[in-house]
Write a protein that binds this ligand. Structure first.
Ligand code: SF4
Length: 57
């Protein structure tokens, strides 16, 4: 299990994301990054669903 910090690529707001990944690299959680200076931990439903989008075949 590890945590990665990224930005959402889906719109110009570029919200900060805090991802949790399991040992195989699968995203298990996507949350807003409270340390991001602009989005301050908030994301919209599209950003919160990025993990499921990433795994959609
Ligand atoms: S989380 Fe939503 S508002 Fe933020 S960059 Fe992604 S799509 Fe845009």
């Amino acid at each position: 299990m590890r945590t990665a910090h990224r930005t959402c690529p889906l719109c110009e707001a570029v919200c900060g994301l805090r991802l949790t990944l399991d040992d195989t690299g699968h995203v298990t959680s996507v949350k807003g990054d409270p340390d991001d200076p602009f989005s301050k931990g908030f994301v919209c439903p599209k950003g919160a669903s990025l993990g499921r989008i990433d795994e959609d075949p």
